[in-house]
Design a protein around this ligand. Sequence first.
Ligand code: 2AM
Ligand code: CA
Length: 267
Amino acid sequence: MRLNSPQMNIISRACMKASRSLIRDFGEIENLQVSSKGPGDFVSSADKRTEKIIIEELQKAHPDYGIITEETGIINKTNKDNRWIIDPIDGTMNFLNGIPQFAISIGYEEKNEIKCGVIFDPIKNEMFYAEKGSGAFLNNSRIRVSKKKKIKDALLVTGGPKHSSKIKEKIFTEFIEVSKNVLSPIRKFGSAALDISYVACGRFDGYWQRELNYWDIAAGIIILKEAGGFVDFFETDNDAPLKKNILASNSNIHKELSDLVTKKDIE
Ligand code: 2AM
Ligand code: CA
């Protein structure tokens, strides 16, 4: 770890601790997949277990901080000055199917601004992290977004729509529209946190997705920004501040991708 502010230390320690049990749980999935019961219940308890370890670790350091999490909801509601934002397993569907593409994501926010974040892929042992003003890193190396200039040459990633989405048609139409403008087929890897991390380190050139939750991408925001990328939220619903439509890319293709994704004639 190349950054050592108190918050970074706390987050990375929590991540490492939780990842040990998460790796063990992932090892169990293969056995459960062949059993008649399937791994469904086991995964939701793995989610809860991981989150519990993270919360305990974070609260040991700062019992008064606010916490927003996927499983538990909001803790210490009144503290909006200092908040942890946690997704214990981002890429749950991958985890459930034994696919090693998921991550723990923890961000730290001060007065509604993300200050630092960690996204840890425990299977590939890749830790993406950043702190405001200090750059972004993958393990011990500084990372930067790609330098691709044209959307046509870009390798893009997206996700969704979820089954319950009320705007499925719009999301599919948008996918087709963007697809027509790029040479390489658009990827769907199933973990928003890793998708955005991969843009930050230049593996992908751009990413967009509608109907995410704040915890899916909170840590990713600072990692991408510190890697020199652009992140935008579009068509935000002011009544649902934790719901996000995100567009993240290198700075060169941001305008082109943004014009395609938010085209007014897609209904
Ligand atoms: P999750 O794995 O923590 O559920 C997949 O496209 C990405 O979208 C994942 O990061 C997934 O997070 C996120 N996502 C958020 N809400 C979702 C939902 N209701 N169904 C599927 N994926 C969801
Ligand atoms: Ca998630």
